[in-house]
Design a protein around this ligand. Structure first.
Ligand code: 6PG
Length: 482
C-alpha cells in the first residue's frame, strides 16, 4: 500500500506531526537530508508504527499515492527553495508540495506562482502549537493552490486540534501566501500577548512587591476569567517553577528577549499597509530594548529614575491590572484583524475572519477562550472594521476603561515601563476621537512644502494650498498618499 503523505525534515515539529498523522490512521513516509536521522526515528519514536522511511527523494516520491503530497518541515528560507528545486523534477503534474514552516508569506507567493507554471500545486501552511501541538493537535493555517486543498483536507483536519464543539482548528485560508500571512499575524499577536503578560508581572512584582507564589495564584485565578488562555496558564506554571535552591527559576533568567523575526515581519507589514498595529509593533521594540542589556545597566547607574512602589490596596490594584490586561489584549486582536482585513482586500484573498478566529481557538500558542467571541463577532458582522465596536467587546472595553486608565497612569507616575498597555490605551483614545490634531499637521505640511490640505467646509477630494507667509508661491506640490 502506498503512503498518504511524505514529510521531509525530522526536527521536533516534523517528527511530532508524523506521529500525529500516524495516530490518525494516515500512512506517512519520513525523510531527512541526513539520512541517519530517518533510521534513528524509525528505531526510536516511530518504532511499532506504520511509518516508513525513505533513503532519497526518489525513494520518497516512489512510495507515495497519487497525487503525491510532500510536506516540508524544514527551516524557513533557502532550504525550502533547495528542496522544492530538487523535488519538482521528480513530481508529476497535479502533485502537491506543502511548506509547513514559519515562512515569510511573500516567499510563499513566489513559490506558489513558479510551481503553478510547472503544474505543481503548492500549499503554504502555518502550523502552530509547538512540540505538544504538533504531536496531539496543532492549529493549521493552509493557503495556496485551492485545487490542492481537497486532497490535503482530510489529513490536516484529522490531525488538527478540535474545539469543544469538535470543529477542527484548520480550514482553508485563501490563495497564494494567505495561510502564511495569517500565521505571521498569529505570531505578532503572540508577541503582543506575551509582552502584555510580562508587563502585568512587572507591575505586580516591582510595583506591588508580590512574590512569585502570590503571582502564580493570581494568574491561576485570571485563567478562570475572560483571560482564559494558554499563555496565561503557562505563566502561572512558570511562576510556580522552583530552581534547585527553592527560588522561582524565572527570577534567574536573563532579561534579554530573543526573536526569530515573525513579529518584526508583522510590524513591517503593518507599516506597508498603513495599519496602526501599534501594540504588536511596540512588543517587537520592547524585545529590542530588552536586548540592550549592557546599555540599560549603565543607564540605570547614571540616571536618577527609579521605579517607585505603588501604594494602596493590593487586591484592588490586581483587579485593575486584570482589566487593563484584558482590554489591551482586545485591542491587540482588534488591530491584528484590521491588518488581516487590509491584506485580504489588497490581495483579493477573500479571507473569512470568523474562520481565522476558529483556527486560533485551539492548538496554537494564542489559543484563548475569547477567540470564540471573536468568531461570533465576525460571523454576526463579516464587515466589522474594528472588533472593539462589536457589542460584546465594546461592553468589556467600556467597563475596563476606568481601571485601565488608572493602571497606565500609575505606570507613568511610578516610572514602570508598560509600552503595550499604554500603547493600546492611546490607540483606543485616538480611534474613538472624531477630530484629531492632524489638521495642524496638514497645515504644517502645506506651510513648508505646499503639500495641500482638504477643508472641513468643502467636499472630500478637493485640495487647497495657502500662501501662508505671503512670500511663497501659489504653486502646490502634487497630492498623493503612500
Ligand atoms: C507557534 C510559535 C512558533 C515559534 C515562534 C517563536 O505558533 O507555535 O509561534 O512558531 O515558537 O516562531 O518566535 P520567536 O522566536 O520569534 O519568539
Amino acid at each position: 500500500m502506498k503512503a498518504d503523505i511524505g514529510v521531509i525534515g525530522l526536527a521536533v515539529m516534523g517528527q511530532n506531526l508524523i506521529l500525529n498523522m500516524n495516530d490518525n490512521g494516515f500512512k506517512v513516509v519520513a525523510y531527512n537530508r541526513t539520512v541517519a536521522k530517518v533510521d534513528e526515528f524509525l528505531n526510536g519514536p516511530a518504532k511499532g508504527t506504520n511509518i516508513v522511511g525513505a533513503t532519497s527523494l526518489e525513494d520518497l516520491v516512489s512510495k507515495l499515492e497519487s497525487p503525491r503530497k510532500v510536506m516540508l518541515m524544514v527551516r524557513a528560507g533557502d532550504v525550502v527553495d533547495q528542496f522544492i528545486d530538487a523535488l519538482a523534477p521528480l513530481l508529476d503534474e497535479g502533485d502537491i508540495i506543502i511548506d509547513g514552516g514559519n515562512t515569510n508569506y511573500p516567499d510563499t507567493n513566489r513559490r506558489y506562482a513558479s510551481l503553478r507554471e510547472k503544474g505543481i500545486r503548492f500549499i503554504g501552511a502555518g502550523v502552530s502549537g509547538g512540540e505538544e501541538g504538533a504531536r496531539f493537535g496543532p492549529s493549521i493555517m493552509p493557503g495556496g493552490d485551492p485545487e490542492a486543498w481537497p486532497f490535503v483536507k482530510p489529513i490536516f483536519q484529522g490531525i488538527a486540534a478540535k474545539t469543544e464543539q469538535g470543529e477542527a482548528c484548520c480550514d482553508w485560508v485563501g490563495k497564494e501566501g494567505a495561510g502564511h500571512f495569517v500565521k505571521m499575524v498569529h505570531n505578532g499577536i503572540e508577541y503582543g500577548d506575551m509582552q502584555l503578560i510580562s508587563e502585568a508581572y512587572h507591575f505586580m512584582k516591582e510595583g506591588l512587591g508580590l512574590s512569585a507564589d502570590e503571582m502564580q495564584a493570581i494568574f491561576t485565578e485570571w485563567n478562570k476569567t475572560e483571560l482564559d488562555s494558554y499563555l496565561v496558564e503557562i505563566t502561572a506554571d512558570i511562576l510556580g517553577y522552583k530552581d534547585e535552591d527553592g527560588e522561582a527559576l524565572v527570577e534567574k533568567i536573563l532579561d534579554t528577549a530573543g526573536q526569530k523575526g515573525t513579529g518584526k515581519w508583522t510590524g513591517i507589514n503593518a507599516l506597508e499597509h498603513g495599519i496602526p498595529l501599534t501594540l504588536i509593533t511596540d512588543s517587537v521594540f520592547a524585545r529590542c530594548l530588552s536586548s540592550l542589556k549592557d546599555q540599560r545597566v549603565e543607564a540605570e547607574k547614571v540616571f536618577n529614575n527609579p521605579i517607585l512602589a505603588i501604594e494602596g490596596d493590593k487586591a484592588q490594584w490586581v483587579d485593575a491590572l486584570r482589566q487593563a490586561l484584558l482590554a489591551s489584549k482586545i485591542i491587540s486582536y482588534a488591530q491584528g484583524f484590521m491588518l488581516i482585513r487590509e491584506a485580504s482586500e489588497e490581495n483579493d484573498w477573500s479571507l473569512n475572519y470568523g474562520n481565522v478566529a476558529l483556527m486560533w481557538r485551539g492548538g496554537c500558542i494564542i489559543r484563548s477562550a475569547f477567540l470564540g467571541n471573536i468568531r461570533d463577532a465576525f460571523e454576526a458582522n463579516p464587515e466589522l472594521a474594528f472588533l472593539g465596536l462589536d457589542n460584546y467587546f465594546k461592553d468589556i472595553l467600556e467597563q475596563c476603561l476606568p481601571a485601565w486608565r488608572k493602571v497606565v497612569a500609575k505606570s507613568f507616575e511610578t516610572g514602570l515601563p508598560m509600552p503595550c498597555m499604554s500603547s493600546a490605551l492611546t490607540f483606543l483614545n485616538g480611534y474613538t476621537t472624531a477630530r484629531l490634531p492632524a489638521n495642524m499637521l496638514q497645515a504644517q505640511r502645506d506651510y513648508f512644502g505646499a503639500h495641500t490640505y482638504e477643508r472641513t467646509d468643502k467636499p472630500r477630494g478637493e485640495f487647497f494650498h495657502t500662501n501662508w507667509t505671503g512670500k511663497g508661491g501659489d504653486i502646490s506640490s502634487t497630492t498623493y498618499d503612500v
